[in-house]
Design a protein around this ligand. Structure first.
Ligand code: SF4
Length: 265
C-alpha cells in the first residue's frame, strides 16, 4: 500500500497541499493536468476500451497510473466485483472506504472478508468530526434537514483529501443505473476531484455483476437479500419493493439521488 495519509489532525504534506489550494492530481509528483493533449488522449483511450472486458480496463489503468491509481469502495456488488478483479491484477492498489460513521455494520463487515479473501486491506477514511461531534455541532443529525451538506462534509471532503497526490481513481458505476451515470465514459477527466476517472463496469448490467458474484462466490452485503438494492448510509437507505428503481431506496422522498461523488456539479 502506498504511503497514504490518514485523516488525523496532525499536519501532513497533504494538509500543506490543501492550504496551497491544490486538489487531486495537481498535488501529485509529477502533477497531472487536464491539458488539451491529455483530454484528447483520454478520449481516445476510452473509445478503444469501450468494448474491453473490465479486467482489461483495470490492467490498462494500473499500467498507466501505477501507484497513483486508487479506488473508493462502499462494498456494493459492483465494488466487490472490482475488488476481486484487482486481487488478480494489482492487489497492492490503494483502496479506501469513506467511513461516514453512519454505515451499516453489514457493510463494514465486508472489509474483513475482502482482506481475508483477496489480500486487499481497504483503508477506512473518516471525517475529522465523529458522528457525536458533528451532530452536536449541528444540533442533531444533519441528514434529516440537509443531506447534501451531510454528504459533502462526510463523503466529498474526505474523498477530496484522499485524492490529493493521486492521478486516477476507479469507480464502480454502471451506465444503466441512472440518467446521471448513463453518460459516463470508460475513461474521462473528473474535474470535481481533479483525477482521471476509470469506470471498468460502465458497460456492464446488473445481471453481469450478479452472474460474476455467483460464479466466483464473491461475498456481498447480506442486506441485498432483504430488498436493499443499493446500500449507502443507514439513515438514508431503505429497502425497495418490486418494480421500484434500483436506487429508489437512497435518500427516499428527498429528491436527492446521488451523494455527489459521481456528478460533476
Ligand atoms: S448518505 Fe446520509 S448519512 Fe451518509 S453522508 Fe450522506 S446524508 Fe449523511
Amino acid at each position: 500500500m502506498p504511503d497514504r495519509p490518514h485523516l488525523l489532525h496532525a499536519p501532513s504534506p497533504d494538509d500543506e497541499n490543501e492550504s496551497l489550494g491544490l486538489i487531486g492530481s495537481q498535488a501529485a509528483n509529477p502533477p497531472l493536468l487536464p491539458t488539451a493533449e491529455l483530454l484528447a488522449d483520454l478520449s481516445e483511450q476510452s473509445a478503444k476500451l469501450e468494448t474491453a472486458e473490465p479486467e482489461a480496463i483495470l490492467e490498462w489503468a494500473v499500467a498507466r497510473f501505477g501507484d497513483k491509481f486508487t479506488m473508493a469502495t462502499a462494498f456494493g456488488p459492483e465494488g466487490m466485483t472490482i475488488l476481486e478483479m484487482l486481487s488478480r491484477i494489482s492487489p497492492k492498489t490503494w483502496v479506501f472506504n469513506l467511513d461516514t460513521g453512519y454505515q451499516f455494520e453489514e457493510t463494514l463487515a465486508l472489509r474483513d472478508q475482502v482482506a481475508k479473501l483477496y489480500g486487499i486491506e481497504v483503508e477506512l477514511l473518516r471525517p475529522e468530526l465523529s458522528v457525536a461531534e458533528y451532530e452536536k455541532l449541528h444540533g442533531g443529525p444533519l441528514y434529516v434537514i440537509n443531506p447534501t451538506q451531510c454528504c459533502n462534509d462526510r463523503k466529498l471532503t474526505v474523498l477530496k483529501k484522499a485524492a490529493l497526490g493521486m492521478h486516477a481513481w476507479a469507480s464502480a458505476i454502471r451506465r444503466d443505473q441512472s440518467p446521471d451515470r448513463a453518460v459516463a465514459p470508460i475513461v474521462g477527466w473528473d474535474k470535481k476531484f481533479h483525477l482521471v476517472k476509470v469506470s471498468p463496469l460502465a458497460n456492464w448490467t446488473k445481471k453481469h455483476v450478479w452472474d460474476r458474484i455467483i460464479k466466483l462466490k464473491i461475498p456481498y452485503n447480506p442486506l441485498h437479500d432483504a430488498g436493499y438494492t443499493s446500500i449507502g448510509c443507514k439513515p438514508c437507505t431503505r429497502s425497495v419493493t418490486f418494480g421500484e428503481d434500483e436506487r429508489a431506496g437512497r435518500w427516499s422522498g428527498t429528491g436527492k439521488t446521488e451523494c455527489g461523488l459521481h456528478t460533476q456539479d
